[in-house]
Write a protein that binds this ligand. Structure first.
Ligand code: GLN
Length: 446
């Protein structure tokens, strides 16, 4: 069924970089036989899923939407891919993204620009744009994305689907091609909150292969969907409804708060005073980490290698010059600069201090409240090409999602109305490892 739908809409949506139809059919047949024998055991038995193309999948091309990995066939599965196999899903294919997850629109993919299924003149968001668009277009039921600074929540908001960034450490990053290791998390994108809770449960858990994965219990997130939010304490940061946030986004949040109030929740305005520094700190820290993580793409160990170089250094230079796109190069340069001696204290170290202050902002609010609510993005999706000339305007899209990554807390985006025919997202942020309360709130509101 997935492939039938893909046949109908994929030429317009362009969500997939690789389709794995032959193997998916074999798998589906295998599961059918199991079903006939009454042997189904996985919690997501037989469900079609798409995987973002920065999550490595054994013998299934994994490109990170980059020329430098165009023909990269991994020899192992990421832990989440392994867990999907245990849950008995059927992998339909690999999903488009901004190159190495750097971007907010999917326009940085080296191969194609995915379209927003609600209006194909608009971007689906990024960097997990393929993951959000494929679910919104009905090509798959579930997908996995990754979120370093909003890359699950922002495209989920733009495409009108549900996307959660788990607490840092909840889901193993083993086999996720690293962008900024201290911020990256893999998470689920689905149509409903309930599906999302199931998928998170399937991929969560401590992993010996990822030393930053946390040894905390994985609850049944679905059990949290009680519909009861009586007495829930909601904080609404004034910085999330202020300057730069569109009227439409503000109104959609206020109407969501009314619904939650009607169900017995209480809300109050609070302040996250260091929010205004989050964007600058994020772009410094994430680019610094990226500049180190991307050193491994040197033409020797993986993927693309330039052929006509005269010596090793030239080979490195040409491979990286030809293999990486403009945005990736911009980040590597920014990161290398801020880590270099003489600038380290002024930039990298200062950004780390800002990160600590932002973390404390969240701790202060969570001492008194159960969840924080605001818009996912300041505006709905923008037109393809509209922001490509100005990286700074593009970066400003992430202003409401980035603080969550810096603090390491979990956050979800759920659909919350429309503006000019394009979906808006409501962001619900929770305490560390308290995805259950996020899901309970989101589900009651849905
Ligand atoms: N848009 C942000 C960036 O370009 C977020 C990326 C992400 O979360 N992977 O860095």
């Amino acid at each position: 069924e997935s492939y039938e739908r893909i046949g109908q809409v994929e030429s317009q949506v362009k969500a997939f970089l690789t389709l794995d139809e032959e193997r998916a059919r074999v798998k589906a047949k295998e599961l059918d036989d199991k079903l006939a024998r009454g042997e189904q055991s996985g919690m997501l038995f037989g469900l079609p899923i798409g995987v973002k193309d920065n999550i490595v999948t054994k013998n299934l091309r994994t490109t990170c939407a980059s020329k430098i990995l165009e023909n990269f066939d991994p020899i192992y599965d990421a832990t989440v891919a392994e867990k999907l196999k245990q849950a008995e899903t059927v992998t339909i294919g690999k999903l488009n993204m901004d190159e190495f997850a750097m971007g907010s629109s999917n326009e940085n993919s080296a191969f194609q620009a995915t379209r927003n299924p609600w209006n194909t003149d608009y971007v689906p968001g990024g960097s997990s744009g393929g993951s959000a668009a494929s679910v919104a277009a009905g090509e798959v039921l579930f997908s996995l994305g990754s979120d370093t600074g909003g890359s699950i929540r922002q495209p989920a908001a733009y495409c009108g689907v549900v996307g959660l960034k788990p607490t840092y450490g909840r889901v193993s990053r083993y086999g996720l091609v690293a962008f900024a290791s201290s911020l990256d998390q893999i998470g689920p994108i689905t149509r409903t909150v309930e599906d999302n809770a199931y998928l998170l449960e399937a991929i969560s858990g401590v992993d010996p292969m990822d030393s930053t994965s946390a040894n905390v219990q994985v609850p049944s997130f679905v059990n949290a969907l009680t519909g009861d939010v009586k007495g829930l304490k909601i904080a609404v940061p004034k910085e999330y409804l202020g300057e730069g946030v569109s009227e439409a986004a503000r109104n959609s949040v206020l109407s969501a708060l009314k619904v939650l109030e009607g169900l017995g929740a209480e809300w109050e305005e609070v302040s996250l005073p260091h929010s205004k520094y989050a964007l600058a700190a994020y772009y410094l820290l994430s680019s610094s980490e990226a500049s180190a993580n991307l050193q491994r793409f040197d033409g020797v160990r993986y993927g693309y290698r330039a052929d006509n170089a005269e010596n090793l250094i030239e080979m490195y230079k040409q491979t990286r010059g030809e293999g990486f796109g403009d945005e990736v190069k911009r980040r590597i340069m920014l990161g290398t600069f801020s880590l270099s001696s003489g600038y380290y204290d002024a930039y990298y170290k200062k950004a780390q201090k800002v990160r600590t202050l932002i973390k404390q902002d969240f701790e202060n609010v969570f001492a008194k409240y159960d969840v924080i609510i605001g818009p996912t993005t300041p505006t709905p999706a923008f037109k393809i090409g509209e922001n490509t000339a100005d990286p700074l305007t593009m970066y400003a899209n992430d202003i409401l999602t980035i603080p969550v990554n810096l603090a390491g807390v979990p956050g979800i985006s759920v659909p919350c109305g429309f503006s000019n025919g394009l979906p808006l997202g409501l962001q619900i942020i929770g305490k560390h490892f308290d995805e259950s309360t996020i899901y309970r709130t989101a589900h009651a509101f849905e």
